[in-house]
Design a protein around this ligand. Structure first.
Ligand code: BTN
Length: 323
């Protein structure tokens, strides 16, 4: 059963939300037989969509808000001019990479209600259950070769910080290199991946995961101590569609800024970062290094004043401890 067929079926039901529709009418309208109809109903139920049925009729009680995104027209310059929603995927980054290779246009966003194999940095996984987050990936085709993959991580982190400040007055901070934190706990992760060919950077896929409506006890135990969500911080549920739309505008604006004056994006990113001047413990390829986080360069690389007295630049690593 193709995803397009399921989306078409769901769209059809959405048009008749809460209305009882005869199964015979659906079969005629969608040109399908009873077996296919039963399979479609079964698969929507599997995704947690509330499809009710009697012998002769079906009706939809509600549907995931993520799906209303397919109809949103964003008045942005580039980002989210096209939005492709999915119910259930392995990873939106994988889908966006595939689409980009096939020539999908810049700005397209792939978003999923749930990911089964959401990927985090390194080889880590990203917990992405349904109903609770924004899990999406954006395709960028930057015009200038000097715009690096790292810069997209910076612009995304800045956009997330600004969205939660604007919408909820939350004081989010960036933990180097790409975690967005509230009160010292992570609620957003960013995974930027690119394809480089002989002629330079062909495209970049930026994957952003935001824990939106997750209660404390919904996180797996191993994440409980270090992860948070907007629901936990605000003590209420958040409308994911509003947050998504606001974030798309911010990403679009930051992208324009990056093309015109990359230094401005870096300056904002640096100002939202809260470890400059602090003593940290860094883990790099299994080694632990301590020192003072003295600054970041304009790519977002960390300049560490190591305890040994030597200054060293790090592209990647994980901050294990801030003293
Ligand atoms: C991290 O902090 O480790 C990065 C997490 C990135 C998660 C997002 S969710 C949407 C996109 N699809 C993925 O598989 N990963 C990214």
């Amino acid at each position: 059963m193709s995803p397009e067929r399921k989306v078409k079926f769901l769209n059809y039901l959405q048009e008749h939300l809460s209305e009882k529709i005869s199964k015979k009418v659906i079969e005629t309208d969608l040109q399908i037989n009873r077996d296919t109809l039963n399979q479609l109903i079964h698969s929507l139920k599997n995704y947690g969509i509330k499809v009710n049925e009697s012998d002769t009729h079906i009706w939809l009680e509600g549907y995931p808000e993520i799906f209303s995104l397919a109809d949103i027209v964003m008045h942005t310059k580039t980002v989210a001019r096209k939005i492709i929603p999915f119910f259930d995927v392995l990873s939106t980054n994988d889908i966006a990479m595939r689409l980009a290779i096939q020539g999908e246009e810049e700005g397209t966003v792939v978003i999923a209600e749930r990911q089964r194999q959401g990927r985090g940095k390194g080889r880590s996984s990203w917990f992405s259950p349904s109903d609770s987050g924004l899990w999406f990936s954006i395709i960028f085709r930057p015009p200038v070769n000097t715009i690096s993959v790292e810069k997209f991580t910076l612009l995304s982190a800045v956009s997330v910080v600004e969205s939660v400040k604007q919408l909820f007055e939350l004081d989010a901070k960036i933990k180097w290199p790409n975690d967005v934190m509230i009160n010292g706990k992570k609620f957003c992760g960013i995974l930027s991946e690119g394809k480089i060919s002989m002629s330079g950077l062909e495209f970049i896929v930026v994957g952003i995961g935001i824990n939106v409506n997750l209660a404390k006890d919904e996180f797996p135990v191993e994440l409980n101590e270090h992860a948070t969500s907007l629901e936990i911080e605000l003590n209420r549920k958040v409308n994911r569609v509003n947050l998504f739309s606001n974030l798309m505008f911010n990403l679009d604006n930051q992208y324009e800024l990056l093309k015109d004056s990359p230094l401005e994006v870096y300056k904002k990113w640096r100002s939202y970062s809260d470890i400059i001047g602090k003593k940290i413990e860094l883990s790099v390829s299994g080694n632990s290094i301590t020192g003072i986080a003295s600054d970041f360069d304009e790519n977002g690389y960390l300049i560490l004043h190591k305890d040994s007295g030597v200054l060293e630049k790090f592209m990647i690593g994980t901050i294990k401890k801030v003293f």
